[in-house]
Design a protein around this ligand. Structure first.
Ligand code: NAP
Length: 306
């Protein structure tokens, strides 16, 4: 039996991936999405998204992911589930392999996104979901009237700290420097929040376990080496993200952080291969910029296919 050769294979079913799938299928291209688990990517872990236009009261991230998938399927896009472990992107027919299957396509769109970065401290993975979290909007509600630590100084950490300050009794914001990286718009409301305490120039040194859950955290002052034990119920780690590109094994050009080098055209260094959403080098990683990338990639894929 001859192998089916898709016009376009999209790796990853987040907003960027399903936007590409919608545009491709609607343009009449034979379209396959290969998705690891379920539609939506990181967006599906967010309870309410209110910076995606068209939803006056915000929208549940999981629901939006499902709707994006269904929208693409309406025009004939197909989804196969499985984690992509290898690719061969050179030549006119490219291949994308999971542990059990290999798919062939004339063009490939990489939309694998980025996962939360870990601290690498003992007990971090052991207590995951039992006090250690990477998504304040998903898990913050379990900490009503409790004490939590947020680690990081970027936009995510600061917006997580603000969000949590409205739910919990007390938030410690632990940051390794003495100034926030986050945009100014977040500074004032955070400084005003009475239950937020900044712990500057500090790193998480130890995560303590108590009855199988986080029982406290020791932070280390990076300037004087002093240690401080902070009693807390939860630890929200918000120190940036790690692009999902290891499976490419250097077949596509990456930057020093592992993001795929691609500009607003979404074109990579390989003809017929595009990178969309959080996995590519870009200034602003948001749902709205991810879906835009999907449309742009298909524009160039159609041009390439001729
Ligand atoms: P980010 O901007 O890269 O910030 C990461 C923060 O974590 C930095 O403060 C960094 O410290 C700290 N950090 C990194 N590694 C660490 C480690 N090993 N230990 C302790 N601290 C560490 O990441 P992000 O906040 O997740 O944001 C990612 C992107 O999404 C950004 O482009 C951001 O603007 C965007 N975003 C936008 C919004 C919004 O506008 N509504 C909301 C969230 C995210 P240093 O400052 O010392 O480097």
């Amino acid at each position: 039996m001859e192998e089916r050769i898709y016009d376009i294979i999209i790796i990853g079913g987040g907003p960027a991936g399903y936007s590409a799938a919608l545009y491709a299928a609607r343009a009449g291209l034979d379209t396959l999405v290969v998705e690891r688990m379920s539609a939506g990517g990181q967006m599906a872990l967010t309870d309410i998204i209110d910076n995606y236009p068209g939803f006056e009261n915000g929208v549940d991230g999981f629901e939006l992911g499902m709707k994006m998938q269904q929208g693409a399927q309406r025009f004939g896009a197909k989804t196969e589930y499985g984690e992509v472990v290898g690719v061969d992107l050179e030549g006119a027919v490219k291949s994308v392999s999971t542990a059990s299957k290999t798919f062939y396509g004339r063009t490939v769109v990489i939309a694998t996104g980025a996962n939360p970065r870990e601290l690498g401290v003992e007990n971090e993975s052991k207590l995951l979901g039992r006090g250690v979290h990477y998504c304040a909007h998903c898990d913050g509600r379990f900490y009503k009237d409790k004490t939590v630590i947020v680690v990081g100084g970027g936009n995510s950490a600061v917006s997580d700290a603000l969000y949590l300050s409205r739910i919990v009794k007390k938030v410690y914001l632990v940051h390794r420097r003495d100034a926030l990286r986050a945009t100014r718009i977040y500074h004032e409301p955070l400084m005003k929040a009475e239950n937020v305490e900044f712990v500057w120039n500090s790193r998480v040194a130890e995560i303590h376990e108590s009855n199988g859950r986080v029982g406290g955290v020791t932070v280390l002052d990076v300037n004087d080496g002093n240690k401080r034990l902070i009693d807390c119920d939860g630890l929200f780690i918000s120190i940036g993200r790690q692009p999902v590109t290891a499976f490419l094994r250097d077949s596509v050009k990456l930057d020093a952080q592992g993001y795929i080098v691609a500009d607003e055209t979404t074109k990579t260094n390989i003809d017929g291969v595009y990178a969309v959403g959080d996995v590519r080098t870009k200034v602003l990683r948001q749902v709205v910029t991810a879906v835009s990338d999907g449309a742009v990639a298909v524009h160039y894929a159609e041009e390439y296919l001729g």
